[in-house]
Design a protein around this ligand. Sequence first.
Ligand SMILES: [Zn+2]
Length: 125
Amino acid sequence: MLALHGDHPLTLARIRRYVLELTGEDWFRRRWPQPMRLHIADGRGDRHARCSSCDGLLFKLSFPRATRSEYFVLHELAHACTWHTAQTDHDLIFMRALLVLVRKRMGRSAAELLRREWQAARLVT
Ligand SMILES: [Zn+2]
């Protein structure tokens, strides 16, 4: 449900602007002060959105057309934010970061919906 929230598909240019604006916000810089360079790429030929990095500094976030929605952008960005702290791909550290991003950008009710989905799937208590 959240995946399809808002306008989509977003253009890559809009995703770039969105990410640039978000990562420049004060609260974001305070929460994730580590240097992070983000490159938004076309995920053509792939089925899933991805976040990859060779050095933990420069991140490539790729979005196949079907994944160009705000939620997927926040999901991949949360991977970059927790690259050095999460133990596994979708662990609690990652989930907490994603929940913060969703609350800040998509609102409280979206964050609540996400938390309830995780609870239903027994990912969190
Ligand atoms: Zn993921």
